[in-house]
Design a protein around this ligand. Structure first.
Ligand SMILES: Nc1ncnc2c1ncn2[C@@H]1O[C@H](COP(=O)(O)OP(=O)(O)OP(=O)(O)O)[C@@H](O)[C@H]1O
Ligand SMILES: [Mg+2]
Length: 174
């Protein structure tokens, strides 16, 4: 099994993936750890590293043997076939609080809230993968999110099929 856990920064990927792997005793690959090795440049305007996804995939694909969780906000871009993708989602007001707590600057908070409201990770995931699910973490504990993912992995994830989460009205209405 290849389980990809993705989502906007602050949605809880690292927390949830860590818990999931501990619970089931399976391997965790943190994509961020490879991002610098696969850097294609530096986006000064956005203050972020641009990553060459092909290079990133080359570095990671051979590590993904057996049951593995691949976690990170770029993880869904890796073209593994037969991966199950879980996109973690968080409402704008909760995400703002989490990002503030993580020490993100206001501009970065705004940028990430916008990406979340525009479903960027979900849409990109659907472009690369067919088994895609989304879990709203806003009102849940990390342990409860892990339980939802257990259900998805067990093949009982119908209720987590994409299309039910929409923050756009909350975020974009005046
Ligand atoms: N239901 C939840 N699921 C996951 N994290 C939660 C939840 N509720 C609260 N949190 C908190 O939100 C924070 C999420 O941070 P975390 O580093 O896991 O996010 P991330 O998605 O990995 O971010 P980044 O992309 O910056 O690495 C943690 O402090 C975690 O305790
Ligand atoms: Mg993380």
């Amino acid at each position: 099994m290849i389980l990809i856990i993705t989502g906007t920064p602050g949605t809880g990927k690292s927390t949830v993936a860590g818990l999931f792997c501990k619970k089931h005793g399976i391997k965790l690959i943190e994509v961020n750890k490879f991002a610098h090795e696969a850097a294609a440049g530096y986006d000064v305007e956005r203050d972020s590293v641009e990553v060459d996804v092909e290079k990133l995939f080359e570095k990671i694909k051979n590590l993904a043997s057996g049951d593995v969780v691949i976690e990170g906000h770029l993880a869904h871009l890796l073209p593994f076939s037969n991966a199950t993708v879980v996109v973690l989602r968080t409402s704008p007001e909760v995400l703002r609080k989490r990002l503030k707590k993580k020490g993100f600057a206001e501009r970065k908070i705004q940028e990430n809230l916008e990406a979340e409201a525009l479903d960027v990770c979900l849409i990109e995931s659907l472009e690369v993968h067919s088994e895609v699910y989304e879990v709203d973490t806003s009102e849940l504990t990390p342990e409860e999110v892990v339980e939802r993912i257990d259900k998805i992995v067990a093949g009982d994830g119908e209720e987590f099929k994409p299309g039910k989460i929409d923050w756009s009205e909350k975020f974009f209405s005046p």
